[in-house]
Design a binder for this molecule. Structure first.
Ligand code: ATP
Ligand code: ZN
Length: 283
């Protein structure tokens, strides 16, 4: 039985549960309890505060967990990062009052900095040879300068609107973060196999999201040119159409190249281009 810790409620909860569901894992009871079991995979789910997850995975209360990389690095526990999950994206940044002149890290010298990320902030200051006073608080960091508690803050940012409404400006980015799957370093053989299975499923879900299935019709004299820009998994599938001199082509296109490929296909006389989402993709 593999035990996974996920956030009980908050920014990572919904995506974590959704990911398990997309991996075909049905969770019997929601996050009302501390613990739930999967109906069709030997998995127990623990719903916890995100800050506690690295410690619980280190202590083997849970074998694996889903947590922000920011929390993983702040807690600095000796556990493995297994997979970057691509959701919960944010950055850990230093911010100062809008009106404060700022030309570089040296302007942080001697300031009082409020943060919930004392370890990462200290590490950043050390790396830049700055000595500043870190004031560790547990929440509402963004109001600290306004109430005279600190001169600057170090906090998580996504859009920057919270900083803006609190009269702050972002001046340095310490870390880019996203949700990650972590594991204990010393899993049983049985749990290693279960983790491999789970990672294979996660990878199939993530790869599918990054790719689209594409179908199109093209005149036969362009098939070679089209095949060259549509590598697909191996090579595209080509089927003759009832109309003489035309074929139907099927392939897979990566999201990043998508519009580029479509423009090239149109230039090669492709017609009736259909783009279909892929649910799972096993390479
Ligand atoms: P808990 O009650 O579990 O301690 P929390 O209030 O500490 O919850 P959330 O605000 O739900 O945590 O954030 C959880 C994680 O979501 C963060 O650690 C971070 O990895 C990620 N995240 C993504 N965007 C943001 C953002 N704009 N602000 C804060 N966290 C963000
Ligand atoms: Zn937290």
């Amino acid at each position: 039985m593999l035990k996974i810790a996920i956030q009980k409620s908050g920014r990572l909860y919904e995506e974590s549960v959704k990911l398990l569901k997309e991996c075909g894992i049905q969770i019997a009871n929601g996050n009302k309890q501390l613990k739930a079991s999967a109906e069709n995979f030997p998995l127990e789910i623990y719903f916890l505060r995100d800050d506690d997850i690295p410690q619980y995975v280190f202590d083997k209360v849970a074998d694996i967990g889903i947590v922000g990389e920011n929390v993983l690095l702040e807690k600095n526990k000796d556990i493995n990062l297994q997979y970057r999950l691509g959701f919960g994206k944010c950055r850990l940044s230093l911010a100062v009052p809008k009106e404060m002149p700022y030309s570089g890290v040296k302007d942080l010298q001697g300031l009082k900095i409020a943060t919930t990320y004392a370890h990462l902030t200290q590490q950043y200051l050390n790396k830049n040879n700055i000595s500043a006073e870190i004031h560790e608080i547990s929440g509402s960091v963004e109001i600290a300068p306004g109430i005279g508690l600190a001169d600057a803050i170090c906090d998580l940012v996504s859009s920057g609107s919270t900083l803006f409404t609190n009269g702050l400006k972002e001046v340095e980015t310490i870390l880019q973060s996203e949700a990650v799957l972590v594991s204990n370093k010393d899993l049983t053989d049985e749990n290693k196999i279960l983790l491999e299975k789970l990672l294979m499923r996660i990878n199939a879900v993530k790869t599918a999201k990054n790719n689209k299935y594409i179908l199109l019709n093209a005149p036969n004299h362009q098939l070679k040119n089209i095949a060259d820009i549509l590598p697909g998994s191996k090579s595209p599938t080509i089927v003759p159409l009832a109309t003489e001199g035309w074929s139907s082509i099927q392939s897979v296109v990566n999201e990043n190249d998508f519009w580029d490929v479509i423009e090239k296909l149109k230039a090669l006389d492709a017609q009736g281009i259909l783009v279909v989402p892929i649910e799972k993709m096993i390479m």
